[in-house]
Design a protein around this ligand. Structure first.
Ligand code: C2E
Ligand code: MG
Ligand code: MG
Length: 563
């Protein structure tokens, strides 16, 4: 008996869903419902249900919030989100936020519901990873087929990771002690929800993700590391060799049969080309995986080798052209790989704890720079970018306070930029941290606004000073009328909530002119100044000041003015 809790307020939808569940499998489900947010939340975390179906409109549209809040607590089973939005990126976001599946309300049938429930239960059991004991090729194919049927309706992809493990004589692990020991090691390398299927001599792992390739590569590295030490089988130590072949859906095949065939070819190639390695089916993925691996290795110790520097990009007041701030942007000059853009290496750092120490360095360095500029008559707010992971794992408040103290800088000269994703996923602790930082005088901005899913309603709930409109919405102003309408409403609403607005990535006079006409407060972009090393930034600012006010400058206190 599977215990299902329905969190659906609309009576008709509730009855229909319950009827579908009954039709799908009479008597297999015990279905109950919960109508209020708080009661649903406690029922979802007290361990009395196996699976949950939450309507996005539940409790005045707080279905997704419920999912996010419950994700941080436990214990719970998989959550299926019901929605009327037919948008792939919404679905991807809900999955990232912990939904096991997202179903479009109007497309639900008894069969699709049954299938979604079964798969969610299979994948996200309360164990870290689900292990299926099915070694007949037919049952494996059926499992993969079921997975593909679901993924075809979603923006997620799938990686099939085929793992072959053998001893030095080429014999595979036997089905007794050896296989169990290997299975335990493999399980420790997987994420919650990944499916491990022992298949004859091999193991198959199914990895669902928006970007399954990099995750499969990461899992493969862990597996190779985990299998590097010998197994202990019947009092003997047996060194093992591991070969891994990876295929991606939909790139390497659209059907289960084809994908399974391709993984077996790929694992055979990996074996033939030297063992203890993994290989993707497609060359571009192999190249990408190699590049990511090379970058991850090169990033290790890059800070200690002094390979990071900060560049600073000017931010100007739109009304009078005053230089008011600078964004600190990290640069990496790798000894072996040359210059690598932050867009490429920051996500790699963010996928490990590596980001935390780099952010400490960035904050310390930017604070010291701001202090130096202040001492030289150039009082600016210098902003640093802080990843969501840092807020989730580190003491950001402590980090900022220590940086200010070490530099002898006042809090009003430092800003932090965080992403919309953090607003959506934030916890009470993160909210407290942001409130404390703001109360201390630190400027808090939300970066790349409009690219995620945070609405101004989120921003309202948070302690924010500034919204940064992403370049995507600035591009082509004012000819691009949609972008013009978006910028217009962001500025109007931000102002009505007492926040200021920075436009990012302004490249043309036309864009700047339009933004000024709608009362956007600050401009940042190549038109006015690119990110520059600190000495160049200072020289640029001084030159600008000199050119702007040759006479007045003699009487000026040193504040930098517009060109
Ligand atoms: P971001 O914080 O949104 O930074 C703005 C990016 O837009 C910078 O790219 C900047 O060089 C670029 N940009 C500025 N003006 C223009 C323009 O007019 N046109 C165009 N096409 N681009 C413009 P950059 O330096 O490559 O940084 C990319 C991203 O990397 C940043 O986006 C930020 O998310 C991340 N990043 C950079 N430094 C750090 C850091 O120290 N810590 C963290 N966590 N992330 C960082
Ligand atoms: Mg930024
Ligand atoms: Mg930005």
């Amino acid at each position: 008996m599977t215990r299902v809790l329905l969190c659906i307020n609309n009576a008709e939808d509730l009855l229909l869903t319950a009827a579908f569940l009954d039709e799908a499998s009479v008597g297999a489900y015990v279905v109950e419902s919960e109508g209020t947010y708080d009661r649903a939340k406690s029922a979802m975390t007290d361990g009395s249900y196996d699976i949950f179906m939450v309507d996005e409109s539940f409790a005045d549209g707080r279905g997704l919030t419920l999912l996010r809040e419950v994700r941080l607590e436990g214990p719970r089973g998989p959550i299926i989100l019901l929605t009327s939005r037919n948008a792939h990126d919404f679905e991807a976001m809900a999955i990232r936020d912990g939904a096991a599946d997202v179903l479009l309300r109007k497309e639900i049938t008894a069969l699709s519901l049954e299938r979604a429930l079964r798969h969610a239960l299979l994948r996200t059991s309360q164990h870290p990873t689900a292990v299926l004991n099915q070694d007949s090729p037919e049952s494996v194919r059926k499992t993969v087929e079921g997975c593909l049927a679901r993924l075809r309706r979603s923006p997620l992809g799938l990686a099939l990771v085929n793992i072959h493990i053998e001893d030095s004589s080429g014999a595979s692990v036997d089905s007794g002690v050896g296989q169990r020991a290997v299975r335990d090691r493999l399980q420790s390398c997987l994420r919650e929800g990944d499916l491990l299927i022992p298949v004859r001599d091999n193991f198959l792992v199914l990895v669902e993700d928006a970007e399954p390739g990099p995750i499969a590569a990461q899992i493969s590295h862990h597996v190779l590391d985990a299998m590097a030490s010998p197994l202990s089988v019947r009092n003997k130590t047996v060194p093992m060799c591991t070969s891994i072949g990876i295929c991606l859906f939909p790139e390497d095949g659209d059907e289960a049969e084809e994908l399974l065939y391709n993984t077996s070819i790929t694992v055979r190639d990996a074996r033939a080309s030297g063992r203890n390695k993994f290989q993707f089916r497609s060359t571009p993925m192999n190249d990408l995986a190699k590049r990511r691996r090379a970058l991850a290795l090169a990033l290790d110790g890059a800070a200690e080798r002094g390979e990071f520097t900060l560049h600073y990009q000017p931010q100007l007041d739109m009304t009078n052209g005053d230089l008011v701030g600078a964004e600190a942007l990290i640069r990496w000059e790798c000894e072996h790989l040359g210059r690598v853009s932050p867009g490429e290496f920051i996500p790699i750092l963010e996928s490990s704890e590596g980001i935390n120490s780099v952010t400490h360095w960035v904050t310390d360095t930017a604070a010291q720079q701001a202090r130096q500029w202040e001492d030289r008559g150039m009082p600016l707010v210098v902003s640093v970018n802080i990843s969501a992971r840092q807020f989730e794992e580190d003491d950001v408040e402590g980090m900022v306070n220590r940086a200010l103290k070490a530099a002898g800088l006042s809090a009003k000269r430092l800003g932090i930029e965080l992403t919309e994703g953090l607003l959506i996923r934030s916890t009470p602790e993160i909210r407290t941290c942001l409130t404390n930082l703001r109360n201390a005088g630190i400027k808090v901005s939300v970066d790349d606004f409009g690219t995620g899913y945070a609405s101004l309603a989120y921003v309202k709930k948070f302690p924010m000073d500034t919204i940064k409109i992403d370049r995507e919405f600035v591009c082509g102003l004012p000819v691009d009328t949609e972008n013009a309408a978006i910028c217009n409403s962001i500025v109007a609403l931000a102002h009505s909530l007492g926040m200021s607005v920075v436009a990012e990535g302004v490249e043309t006079e036309g864009e700047e002119e339009f933004l000024r006409s709608i009362n956007c407060n600050t401009v940042q972009g190549f038109l006015r100044g690119r990110p520059m090393p600190p000495e160049q930034f200072e020289a640029w600012a001084k030159e600008r000041e000199r050119a702007a006010t040759p006479v007045k400058k003699r009487h000026d206190s040193g504040r930098v003015k517009r060109a």
